[in-house]
Every structure is written in structure tokens, then in C-alpha cells.
Design a protein around this ligand. Structure first.
Ligand SMILES: NC(=O)c1ccc[n+]([C@@H]2O[C@H](COP(=O)([O-])OP(=O)(O)OC[C@H]3O[C@@H](n4cnc5c(N)ncnc54)[C@H](O)[C@@H]3O)[C@@H](O)[C@H]2O)c1
Length: 307
């Protein structure tokens, strides 16, 4: 992608800042973010920053109308917060997405929507395929599913080109907010030689994907017209248990941290792994192994001023 006007909502956050960084050299990149969980220092040099809330149509519509591509990452991302406050989550994740789609329907750009494996809920029929009936088990999952339907309906009804990406467990540098994923929490604790706490027996599994591979998936579907109106899992297709992950991180950081086991958390799913054949058909292949991704992530955590 070159010489395009690209908007990244949530570009001050973890994944959005990596998308903005990958595009900023050859395109005009505009970040829209209200800094709810994002940080201004995450925004790459050269990107223009508009501090705005996606719930407020009038403050974002003009710029979205002009865009060639909108990578829509802004969201209330915490499942726990969505259980506490489903209405706030709906306003950000559903009305926010609808505002972007409405503005796009008055322009000519394409949306690449960050959805989540949370839409599948507790489906034991693994690996998870895009055409399985979604049955989210949290307001967060419901809000992402509603966003997916709006993206599809705006494509079918108003011709707004859009692609839905269902991210699995993304990790990497800059994932550091209060709701950060298990890898960043384990890494921080391992570097401080503090215990790594596992909820349950540690046999629960996740499909971890490195953030740079998620960026590649975004860029790929953005430029593929045949991806429009479709849903793709963004994952590696590999299952890793939380205990295995904790041991890998302790080993990698040469930490003296202990592993502690706490009671299972209600609502935690047991196993999660994606079928990635659909996105493979477009030419996607994750290029980072878990070990390689963890090493790069560790380099960033070592330099991070928190330590
Ligand atoms: N990290 C993962 O493992 C994962 C997995 C599945 C899906 N996702 C999705 O990917 C996207 C990016 O997630 P992330 O991990 O980078 O989270 P993040 O919290 O780092 O990024 C979200 C960004 O959105 C911004 N934001 C929140 N509410 C906003 C609002 N009302 N208006 C404008 N900006 C707002 C935040 O300030 C933040 O910068 C989200 O849509 C999330 O649901 C992430």
C-alpha cells in the first residue's frame, strides 16, 4: 500500500500502533484515539494524531469520509469491564463501529474491522472455523459480533467494502495496559522474579499470534478485493497451554519466578485454537514462531521504562 490516506482508530493502542507504524513511511496515516487505554507515545513519528472519541460522530466523520482505508482497532477490549458495564462496552464497540461505517458510506474507503475469537464463545468443536455458529459468552463478545454484522450489512446494503478479522490471542511489544494479555503479565513478573499466577491447572490452551503477523494479515486483506464481506480468523493454528507458556517465559528470561496455581476463573474457556485455512487461501502464513515472537517481546519489555 502506497500514497493512501489511512486512518487507524485506536492507533495509540497496542495493535493499532503497530499497524500505523507499518504504514506511516509510504502513506499518510491519521490516528484517531481518545487515549482511553492507549498512550500518546505509542503513536509512530510521522502519523497525525486526532484525539477524538469514536462515539462522537461529528468529531470523526469528516476524516473517515476522506480515508482510503480505515483499520478499526479502537474498542473497549476488556471482557471483565464488559461484564461490569455492558452498556459502555456497547456504546464504544457497536455505536463507535456504526459511526465509522456511516461515515464510510458517505465516502469511498474500506474498513478492516478488528473482531475477536470471543465471538465463538465456548465451542468445543476445534479448531474453530469462521462458519461455525457464533455464541459469545460475554457482552464484549456480543459487541464484537454486532460490529461484524454491521460491517457485513454495510457492505451488502450500501456497498461499503469491509473485511472482518477475528484475532485470537495477540501479543508483542507495547501490550502493557491494565487489561494486557497473559504473555505481557507473565513477562513483567518473570523479569521482576515475581510469581507467575496460573488460574486453574494450566492445561487450558490458547492460540497465540505475534502482533507483526497480525499487521501482515491486516495489510493483506486490505488490498484483496475478494476478501470483502468476509470473515477471517487471524491466528497461527497452534495450541499452547498456559503452563507451557509460563515455563517458556521463565526459561527465556532466566527468571527465578515460581509458578503459583489459583482457582479457575469463571467464564474462562478451556481450549482455543483456530482453523486458519481461509486466510491461508489469500496467501497468509504466520512468520513468527512463539519462541521468536517471545524473544522480540522480551527485548521490548527489558527496555521499557517501567523497569
Ligand atoms: N490484543 C488481543 O489479543 C486482541 C484479541 C482479539 C481482538 N482484539 C481487538 O483488537 C483491537 C485492538 O486491541 P489492543 O489489544 O490493541 O487494545 P488497546 O486497548 O491497546 O487498543 C485500543 C485502543 O482504542 C482506544 N479507544 C478505546 N475507546 C475509544 C473510543 N471511544 N474512541 C477512540 N479510541 C478509543 C484506546 O485508547 C486504545 O488506544 C480491539 O478492537 C480489540 O477488541 C485484540
Amino acid at each position: 500500500m502506497k500514497n493512501k490516506l489511512v486512518v487507524v482508530t485506536g492507533g495509540a493502542g497496542f495493535i493499532g500502533s503497530h499497524i500505523a507504524e507499518a504504514l506511516v513511511e509510504e502513506n499518510e496515516v491519521i490516528v484517531i484515539d481518545n487515549l482511553y487505554s492507549g498512550k500518546i507515545e505509542n503513536i509512530p513519528q510521522g502519523a497525525k494524531f486526532i484525539e477524538a472519541d469514536i462515539r462522537d460522530y461529528s468529531s470523526i466523520a469528516e476524516i473517515i469520509r476522506e480515508a482510503d482505508y480505515v483499520f478499526h482497532e479502537a474498542a473497549q477490549i476488556s471482557v471483565e469491564e464488559s461484564v461490569r458495564d455492558p452498556i459502555f462496552t456497547d456504546e464504544v464497540n457497536v455505536i463507535g463501529t456504526l459511526n465509522i461505517l456511516k461515515a464510510l458510506s458517505e465516502g469511498s474507503g474500506k474498513i478492516i474491522f478488528a473482531s475477536s475469537a470471543a465471538v465463538y464463545g465456548e465451542n468445543k468443536n476445534l479448531p474453530l472455523k469462521e462458519d461455525y455458529l457464533p455464541k459469545p459468552i460475554s457482552p464484549y463478545g456480543v459487541s464484537k459480533l454486532a460490529g461484524e454484522h454491521y460491517v457485513r450489512v454495510f457492505y451488502e446494503l450500501y456497498g461499503v467494502p469491509g473485511v472482518i478479522l477475528r484475532y485470537f490471542n495477540v501479543y508483542g511489544p507495547r501490550q502493557s495496559s491494565a487489561y494486557a494479555g497473559v504473555i505481557s503479565i507473565f513477562m513483567k513478573n518473570a523479569l521482576k522474579n515475581e510469581p507467575l499466577v496460573i488460574f486453574g491447572d494450566g492445561k487450558q490452551t490458547r492460540d497465540f499470534i505475534y502482533v507483526k503477523d497480525v499487521v501482515q494479515a491486516n495489510l493483506l486483506v486490505a488490498e484483496k478485493e475478494r476478501a470483502n464481506g468476509k470473515i477471517f480468523n487471524v491466528a497461527t493454528g497452534k495450541e499452547t497451554s498456559i503452563l507451557e507458556l509460563a515455563l517458556k517465559i521463565i526459561d527465556l528470561t532466566s527468571s527465578s519466578s515460581q509458578i503459583l496455581f489459583a482457582p479457575e476463573r469463571p467464564g474462562d474457556i478451556k481450549r482455543s485454537v483456530a482453523d486458519i485455512n481461509e486466510i491461508r487461501k489469500l496467501g497468509f502464513e504466520p512468520s513468527y514462531s512463539l519462541e521468536e515472537g517471545l524473544k522480540e517481546t522480551l527485548e521490548w519489555f527489558k527496555k521499557w521504562k517501567y523497569f
